[in-house]
Design a protein around this ligand. Structure first.
Ligand SMILES: Cc1cc2nc3c(=O)[nH]c(=O)nc-3n(C[C@H](O)[C@H](O)[C@H](O)COP(=O)(O)O)c2cc1C
Length: 353
């Protein structure tokens, strides 16, 4: 089958970013993306939280907010897909335009503000899942909610029985006040409530892994404090990181001053440095998902060597298209072999050895 992205990729990039994304989702729902068949190289197989990942490269949150296309994205070669962020109630998000391509910087700025169809719609789709492939659920709070903890607990209760892992997103810059939850005095009660709520669930849901997704704009020592709290309370991992509100001086694109979260290449260095720091300061005791600016096998390998058990990407896909996924898988297998590793897991944190 011809690669549809080769034909449609340039067309998509002429469209306004959000329209291009909606069209892509529609094409994926209709099964027009191709993919399927190819198995991951066995050297990439890895294990996290007792779950077997065919490869450590996942789709980051925000692409499949409403759990519409996770199956198609798994078929394209991702080792796992994170759906969401989903909030308890549907919400429209911020006024458009709210997504901007910074082509010359290989970056995106978004201020979507958790536009999504709500928990019920995503849960319905996840409940119909046939079981092939690992799918996470990223949960958030509604903009107008007066009780953030209740929103996250509601998300956990609905999603833990349906997903392979949960991510608590406190790091989107586009919901006012959300990032205040990084402060330990706010974070502790939230995480305690989530752990207690999980204990109250039955069967596999009562041990569904919970990760916390943090901002790259935290000071290193604050991130380490968050990581220690996560360890103390029995959380299962950290995702490092979400988008940044910082604008590096060397951005050249005309949209560089748009408000929102910056992702893609300019985020790589900071998100990887923070990941590395947290890995070192926690002696690798907490599984880390490394996200931010991954657009090649070398980037993914750098995240793993810095301490990521799992890696995710989003913006790389905007510029590289779906063929990037297999390219990263294959290139990563080569890099691991070149350095004498037997599995991807053996390379986790290798920079700190
Ligand atoms: C358009 C867009 C929407 C996003 N939406 C979410 C979201 O809903 N929840 C979330 O946790 N992260 C969201 N993210 C952040 C990504 O999951 C990821 O953490 C960030 O983009 C850095 O990775 P990247 O450089 O590979 O894109 C979004 C990113 C983009 C570009």
């Amino acid at each position: 089958m011809p690669d549809p992205f080769r034909l449609f990729g340039p067309v998509l990039r002429c469209l306004e970013p959000e329209s291009a994304h909606n069209l892509t989702l529609r094409a994926l729902e209709l099964g027009l993306a191709g993919g399927g068949g190819a198995k991951s190289d066995p050297i990439l197989a890895t294990n996290c939280w007792g779950r077997a990942f065919p490869n450590p490269i996942g789709l980051a949150a925000g692409f499949d907010k409403d759990a519409r296309v996770f199956k198609a994205m798994l078929a394209l070669g991702f080792g796992f897909v994170e759906t969401g962020t989903v909030t308890p109630l549907p919400q429209h998000g911020n006024p458009k335009p709210r997504v901007f391509r910074l082509v010359d910087d290989a970056a995106v700025i978004n201020r979507l503000g958790f536009n999504n169809q709500g928990l019920e719609a995503a849960a319905r789709r996840l409940a119909a899942r046939t079981g092939d492939g690992l799918v996470g659920a990223n949960i958030g709070r509604n903009k107008d909610s007066t009780d953030a903890v209740a929103d996250y607990v509601a998300g956990l209760k609905v999603m833990a029985p349906l997903a392979d892992y949960i991510v608590v997103n406190i790091s989107s810059p586009n919901t006012p006040g959300l990032r205040d939850l990084h402060a330990i005095d706010n974070l502790r009660p939230l995480l305690e409530a989530l752990i207690a709520a999980r204990q109250g669930l039955s069967g596999a849901a009562s041990v569904c892994p919970i990760c916390l997704k943090i901002a790259p704009d935290l000071a290193d020592e604050d991130a380490v404090e968050v990581a220690h709290l996560a360890l103390d309370l029995g959380l299962d991992g950290l995702t490092i990181s979400n988008t940044t509100v910082v604008r590096p001086d060397d951005l050249v694109s005309r949209h560089r001053d748009e408000a929102g979260g910056l992702s893609g290449r300019p985020l790589f260095a900071r998100s990887t440095a923070l990941l590395s720091h947290v890995y070192r300061e926690t002696a690798g005791r907490l599984p880390l998902i490394g996200v931010g600016g991954v657009a090649s096998a070398q980037d993914a390998y750098a995240k793993i060597r810095a301490g990521a058990t799992l890696v995710q990407l989003y913006t790389g896909l905007v510029y590289g298209g779906p063929r990037l996924i297999r390219r990263i898988d294959e290139g990563l297998a080569d890099l691991l072999r070149q350095d004498g590793f037997k599995t991807a897991a053996d390379a986790v944190g290798a920079d700190h050895a």
